[in-house]
Design a protein around this ligand. Structure first.
Ligand SMILES: NC(=O)c1ccc[n+]([C@@H]2O[C@H](COP(=O)([O-])OP(=O)(O)OC[C@H]3O[C@@H](n4cnc5c(N)ncnc54)[C@H](OP(=O)(O)O)[C@@H]3O)[C@@H](O)[C@H]2O)c1
Length: 336
């Protein structure tokens, strides 16, 4: 079968076409014919570490969707022909997070990912694809959408009376915006691009701030909300945005700490958190149970993920380059 793998010796590209033996499902496992896989910022970080021992030779991309092709013995919940997506952590099925789930992240340094024609996974690591979504749309959900859902809804309890602030117009941010719009909550978007802000407005955002033109966007958030701030902040930037996120959060609000777009290791001044009685919610994607609950919401509200561009399998390196350019709005997908 055709696949890509990371090759630490291949120089700048580091993503190489390969042929692998089509895997056979053992007891309790399912083989999926992958129809589409999507990219996340994490996949760029991993590509850049392709030369590190664990990543070398791994099939990349955590996110993918397709059709059940064969099932092993003891599999009762899936049949050939079922439309499924893989959950980000193979082993986080339900309940609270455990550190032991980390090595089961697909497309990481210990597990192969979805950029292959066929993938075998435990039956418990799959979720049904909502009927109203195409395979391309479903492939965008496992990382970005589940992260926004878990942080904002499951843990954050966001509702109609809330105000959400999202940073940028990438995958996680636009899912957050779509959830807020579906709930009737107010949404604030900051972006480097006026064109992208116009598109965010069309999706339901009512406060739009260009962070290039307005570097002190936290002050602009406060002004636009009459000094109240945002009840929910999707913190995607890390060190370059964290202090402004803290200055944008409302009294009793929540910072959903997710991202590393400007680097790792924020060292924010947390004093305001105490004075505003605000919380930080740390998030690492979510479980298959979160994914299933989110899919019900997507179905109920007829939400379609925002897909920026779809690439053919042969063009996967171009898809990575497009993500790195930062010019995308929403998700980038590769079809198989
Ligand atoms: N903790 C977790 O479990 C988890 C899960 C998923 C993602 N993440 C992290 O969340 C972040 C977003 O991931 P993603 O896949 O959604 O990324 P993405 O699709 O690549 O989105 C990147 C966008 O972020 C915006 N951006 C970049 N620098 C910014 C800055 N300094 N201030 C504000 N916006 C900025 C830009 O939007 P504009 O062009 O509109 O400015 C850029 O296009 C990444 O750091 C990723 O690693 C973490």
């Amino acid at each position: 079968m055709k696949a890509y793998h990371l090759n630490g010796h291949a120089g700048a590209g580091r993503l190489m076409r390969t042929d692998l033996i089509k895997p056979e499902p053992a007891g309790g496992e399912v083989r999926i014919r992958v129809e589409a896989a999507s990219l996340n910022y994490r996949d760029l970080l991993i590509l850049d570490r392709a030369g590190d021992g664990g990543f070398d030779g791994r099939v990349p991309l955590s996110d993918g969707a397709g059709i059940v092709d064969a099932v092993g013995s003891d599999v009762v919940q899936w049949r050939p022909g079922d439309r499924v997506a893989a959950s980000f952590f193979r082993d986080w099925i339900s309940g609270p997070f455990k550190a032991s789930y980390v090595p089961s992240a697909l497309g990481g340094n210990t597990m192969d990912g979805m950029l292959a024609e066929y993938v075998v996974l435990p039956a418990t690591a799959l979720v049904s694809v909502p009927e109203h979504l195409s395979a391309v749309e479903a492939a965008t959900l496992p990382c970005a959408a589940v992260t926004a859902w878990h942080g904002l809804i499951t843990r954050g309890g966001m509702g109609k009376a809330d105000t959400l602030l999202v940073q940028g117009t990438g995958g996680v941010a636009l899912f957050g915006l779509q959830f807020a719009a579906a709930l009737g909550a107010r949404a604030i978007v900051i972006s480097s691009s006026d064109d992208k802000l116009a598109r965010a407005r069309a999706m339901g955002a009512s406060i739009l701030i260009n962070y290039r033109d307005t570097p002190d966007w936290d002050a602009a958030v406060m002004k636009a909300t009459d000094g109240q701030g945002a009840t929910h902040v999707l913190e995607l930037g890390g060190p370059g945005t964290y202090d402004r996120s803290l200055r944008s959060v409302a009294s009793g609000g929540k910072i959903v700490q997710i991202g590393v777009l400007t680097g790792f290791g924020p060292k924010p001044d947390l004093a305001r958190l105490q004075w505003e009685n605000a919380d930080i919610i740390g998030v690492t994607v979510g479980s298959a149970e979160h994914f299933t609950a989110m899919n019900r919401f997507l179905t109920e509200h007829s939400i379609h993920p925002i897909v920026d561009r779809v690439y053919d399998f042969d063009e996967a390196p171009e898809a990575f380059a497009h993500l790195r350019s930062g010019s995308h709005f929403g998700k980038i997908v590769v079809t198989l």
